[in-house]
Design a protein around this ligand. Structure first.
Ligand code: ZN
Length: 799
């Protein structure tokens, strides 16, 4: 079972033991220094005991959590599984005086990786063999494992949440005694009550998270850092239930850390921003990376006053001056999400604002609620996720077509953004709403990121990064990209992939929905929509065909772990297959295959009922993590007629998700694009007058190389076109002295004498011997039977 924890060098390890301890909230306190390119951080974690060690199955854990538990149960192999009762028993029989050498594989807490060691505590490492051994390398202490990389960890301590005034109300059920063990229980009890407060008390919860994060420490904890992890333990504590549920870590980032990029913006001013994958935020703060660790966060960021701090937070932070030249920014979220979706960007950006006299940008004027009554019944159902103040339950939020938005850009791109991005956002947001309903997030910032950003866009909660590359050349690329990133609010963020190897779930949906949103945003007619989408499909088909021919086969599989997808080890750790493979970021095969699968399902079902199913899926699974089959089973359940025609989840796995190469159904589809009008227009099926216009505009070009002319002839089959078209073709041949086309000219002069007269003139004016020879030759052959006045005119040209 643990074999999968032996990552290949291209696989990304997710080390955190989330089955033992599960983070519910992070409090971050960051000082950002641009001179040293270092962020100094203090982070406080608030934990729940992991699913594997909870006393009873808690009733408030539903959705993804319960699915996750099922997986754990399946994976629980006997030697590892220790019933909770045994664990608590062993903690009371610990022999603290049994000092011994470190067990096999146990790491020293000394100075490597720049960490400190606490000599006093290090001398007390117990190694009693009579205690439980939860895969912590021979030691008896429970080991909390966090994902962490390229961070200097300075100190780890337990937080005395019991020291916070008024906090006792969270610990009604706990009995206060003097015993230190009891005090530990009390603290954990307080944290438990705090992290499980009902959704309507979120403000109180946030307030106490802040207070608790500022509470004094009550003992340092031992820690070790490895390449990918930070391991923490408390002497004598050998179960997750007894381990401190609130811990504080002091750390520093390293300039070379791969979670953030320090660079300059397009106006030459310094900035720093998070990169997203492959390693996400583990070089920005220690965290639990596995998506199952859905958590909320709050962050205070201090930096020099000239910088703007943008972050995935549901409030639009207003900076507070702390001291001369230093501002503090505070953000928070109340919807639990994976730590990988946390995003921050700090730079000298400015907010792009509407001219004061411009009327508010219109949203779709013909807007009407797109859902049928039957559709709306899902709104009445309870949400399937853990408690949080959900917008799907909020009547006002459910009617919000366009959420509040802001645009930030470097100074030199402000005008461009004002004209384009600022106009497009409300149209795209509104189109997304008419397609999918309630926006999962309450607001949106769009930032034009520095030119070294490696993708055209990236979506995070409340913030979208957009590349400057989408700005020039009209609104098409920018609008489509915005739609793609906006679609991720539903697919990728509100609904996450439980297993990161299944990125097609977010990318496939976003690519499919991008077309739908963008068509609606442009308010196109049905035929225009169809044309645009077919053309786009053909381009993607060609790209996919090229990628499957030119990439490693195993990178072309959308569900590389097949039936093991979503499974983790006993501790909750796993590896993301190919997660670190560099060439993977240049591949679009996951986007494209996912897109074509969703498109083919839409075509089978009909777009209207398909979109209704997507809305139902969103209602059922928002705030949760899913696997491919969650979507596929729900969809096939809704359309029994598809089942009869042989479409099954198994056949979809086989044809689309579990195999490399071009999906079989797509191979058969290769020819269908020929009927699309926009495709025909490009593939030689221009109307004759369109061709004439095209060739005439080409005649205005000074130079055209022979290769271009050859392609032109081949693409538009110019030799088979009508005389008007062939006439322009011959003019091009003569103008550019395209020798391989001289036969066409000769033929034209012979067979199209009604139109060929002026061509003689053009053959002569170039004063090219070959062309003149051609003119004489043709005239000599035709002269005899030529119309008299035509012959006279030509003769004057020639002699
Ligand atoms: Zn909800």
């Amino acid at each position: 079972m643990e074999k999968q924890l032996d990552p290949m060098k291209d696989d990304l390890p997710l080390m955190a033991n989330t089955s033992h301890m599960l983070v519910k909230h992070y409090t971050l306190d960051l000082d950002v220094d641009f001179k040293s390119q270092i962020i100094e951080g203090i982070i406080v974690f608030f934990f729940e005991t992991g699913s594997r060690y909870r006393k009873t199955s808690s009733t408030d854990e539903e959705g993804c959590q319960s699915q996750f538990d099922e997986t754990c149960k399946i994976r629980a192999s006997e030697p590892c599984h220790i019933p909770v009762t045994d664990l608590s028993a062993c903690s009371s029989t610990m022999e603290y005086n049994d000092f011994a050498v470190c067990g096999k594989g146990e790491k020293d807490t000394s100075d490597k990786n720049g960490n400190h060691s606490n000599g006093e505590q290090a001398s007390g490492i117990p190694s009693s063999k009579n205690c439980c051994d939860i895969e912590n390398h021979g030691s008896t202490d429970f080991l909390l494992v966090l994902d962490c990389c390229d961070l200097s960890v300075l100190k780890v301590e337990e937080v005395d949440v019991a020291a916070v005034a008024d906090i006792e109300k969270f610990a009604r059920s706990a009995k206060l005694t003097d015993a230190s063990e009891e005090l530990g229980n009390l603290r954990n009890q307080i944290v438990h009550e705090l992290v499980t407060l009902p959704a309507d008390r979120w403000k109180e919860q946030l307030y106490y998270y802040t207070r608790c994060s500022q509470a004094p420490g009550c003992g340092e904890l031992l820690f070790t850092t490895g390449t990918w992890s930070l391991e923490i333990r408390k002497l004598g504590i050998c179960t997750p239930r007894d381990f401190p549920h609130a811990i504080r870590i002091w750390y520093k980032t390293k300039p070379e850390g791969r979670s953030v990029t320090w660079t300059t913006d397009q106006s030459g001013r310094p900035c720093v921003y998070t990169m997203g994958s492959p390693i996400n935020n583990r070089a920005l703060f220690p965290c639990q990376e596995p998506p199952v660790a859905l958590s909320t966060w709050q962050a205070t960021v201090r930096t020099a006053a000239r910088f703007v701090v943008l972050m995935s937070g549901e409030n639009s932070a207003e900076p507070v001056q702390l001291q001369e030249g230093i501002l503090s920014w505070y953000y928070y979220v109340t919807m639990p999400m994976p730590a990988s979706t946390f995003t921050i960007a700090i730079g000298c950006w400015e907010e792009v604002k509407q001219q004061p006299f411009t009327a508010d940008v219109q949203t779709n004027s013909d807007f009407s609620l797109p859902f049928s009554q039957a559709d709306l019944r899902w709104h009445e159902e309870r949400c399937g996720h853990v408690e949080y103040p959900c917008r799907f339950q909020n009547p006002a939020a459910r009617l919000q077509t366009v959420i509040p938005y802001r645009v930030f850009a470097p100074w030199c791109l402000m005008e461009n953004c004002k004209e384009l991005v600022l106009q497009l956002i409300p149209q795209c947001l509104s189109a997304a709403y008419t397609t999918l309903g309630t926006h999962p997030f309450s607001r949106l910032d769009v930032l034009i990121v520095p030119s070294n950003f490696s993708s055209l866009g990236m979506a995070s909660p409340h913030i979208i990064f957009l590349s400057q590359s989408v700005l020039p050349g009209g609104q098409h690329l920018c609008g489509a990209r915005l739609c793609h990133e906006i679609a991720h609010a539903w697919f990728g963020l509100a609904i996450g992939a439980r297993d990161w190897t299944e990125e097609w779930i977010s990318e496939g949906f976003a690519t499919y929905l991008e077309d739908i949103f963008w068509a609606r945003a442009q308010q196109l007619s049905h035929d225009e929509v169809k044309g645009q989408q077919e053309l786009k499909a053909l381009l993607r088909w060609r790209r996919l065909r090229d990628e499957v021919q030119n990439s490693e086969e195993e990178l072309q599989v959308l569900r590389p772990n097949k039936e093991n997808t979503g499974e983790v080890s006993e501790s909750g750790a796993s590896v993301v297959k190919h997660g670190l493979k560099a060439e993977k970021i240049f591949l679009q095969v996951h986007y494209l295959k996912g897109y074509f699968l969703l498109r083919s399902l839409a075509r089978a079902i009909g777009e209207a009922s398909y979109l209704a199913s997507l809305r139902k899926f969103v209602h059922k699974f928002h705030g949760q993590l899913v696997l491919s089959q969650d979507f596929l089973y729900m969809l096939l359940e809704d359309i029994p007629e598809q089942k009869e025609s042989g479409l099954t989840v198994e056949s979809i796995f086989q044809n689309w998700l579990d195999t490399s190469g071009m999906p079989k159904p797509l191979l058969e589809e290769g020819e269908t694009w020929k009927e699309c009008q926009l495709v025909q227009q490009v593939s030689g099926e221009l109307l004759p007058d369109q061709l004439v216009l095209l060739l005439e505009s080409l005649l205005e070009e000074k130079t055209l190389c022979p290769r271009t002319l050859q392609c032109l002839e081949k693409t538009y089959k110019l030799r088979e076109q009508d005389a008007e078209v062939r006439h322009r073709w011959c003019e091009l041949i003569v103008k550019h002295k395209y020798v391989p086309g001289y036969g066409d000219v000769e033929k034209f002069l012979r067979e199209d004498q009604a139109m060929g007269v002026y061509l003689y003139g053009e053959l002569m004016v170039n004063e090219d011997a070959k062309q003149q020879e051609l003119a004489y030759k043709c005239f000599a052959a035709a002269q005899e039977h030529m119309d008299v006045s035509s012959a006279k005119v030509v003769a004057e040209m020639l002699f």
